[in-house]
Design a binder for this molecule. Sequence first.
Ligand code: ATP
Length: 328
Amino acid sequence: MTAAVEVVDLVKHYPKSAHNAVDGLSFRVPPGEIFGLLGPNGAGKTTTVGILTTRVVLTSGYAAIGGVDVARDPVTARSKVAVVPQRVNLDRSLNVRQNLLFHASYHGIGRTERHALASELLERMGLADKSRARVDDLSGGQAQRLMIARALIHHPEVLFLDEPSTGLDPQARLFVHDRINDLRAEGVTVVLTTHDMKEAEKLSDRVGVVDHGRMLTVDTPAALIKSLPGSGTVDTRIRPNGADRDKLTELLAELPGVRRVEPLSGPATADGTDPEIALRLYVDADPGSLLGPVAAELHEHDVVVSDLSPGSASLEDVFIELTGRDLR
Ligand SMILES: Nc1ncnc2c1ncn2[C@@H]1O[C@H](COP(=O)(O)OP(=O)(O)OP(=O)(O)O)[C@@H](O)[C@H]1O
């Protein structure tokens, strides 16, 4: 089956740059998949999306949309893609509906069809009553929904969404997530770039983690989490009661089945002398089976335990494990 997106040994070198922004990147997205393209700041995601949407010229390698080579036939490739950027780039001189009509006419859609499509998309994006509103009068969430409507008007095969819910309130975010899931049902391929690991985990069929212009791993969020050493967790909130915190952390880390222990942020007491602390234990064993031994160890050192709960690692843990904690 022809891939919706195919990238092979892709390289992008910006002039005067000391290193390649994209440095031998390869991945494949089958039609109808929601693919999360993840990576730290500067990893090369925007550049890759820029190449796939024909806004950036590749240095070497191959990039194709629905089998169309973006370097050889950018016009056809462009007709198959749509982009929803992070920043609002609507035409402020046009009203809401006109933004859609103008975009449809740019893509050669006839008058009757473009009016019907505009009405349908405004309805679907919850903007029917904003049809004549000025772009400047839209909220952030409404502008985002209008950009998604605009992106969909020429029936793209692949939709690139850049940080789709940054700055949206929970209601608007859920609405956008539901619409993205609708696209999956309709067979539209979605490439999602986001720094929100919860969003990526929730929406993506598979994710690819990029760093320094290279693909580190590609798999389903569940498989990536499962592959993480210590993919189970035990969270505990304790008051050390005078016990040495570093020593406690060491003792917990030495329990059989515990791989490592990390502090989670937690509230401190007013005087700061004996603050309550929250720790996360990453465990190889079944997290439930460790609750007893952890409680016993803490009890032995007179520590007050206010919470002890089993859980599982998250996509964020996978991301940090792969790309490290250093700021970029
Ligand atoms: N127009 C440009 N000219 C020169 N260097 C660039 C240009 N655009 C990006 N870069 C560099 O290329 C590298 C990759 O940047 P890119 O924007 O693709 O990363 P990103 O993963 O999208 O980052 P972010 O998550 O911050 O958006 C970075 O080192 C960046 O500084």
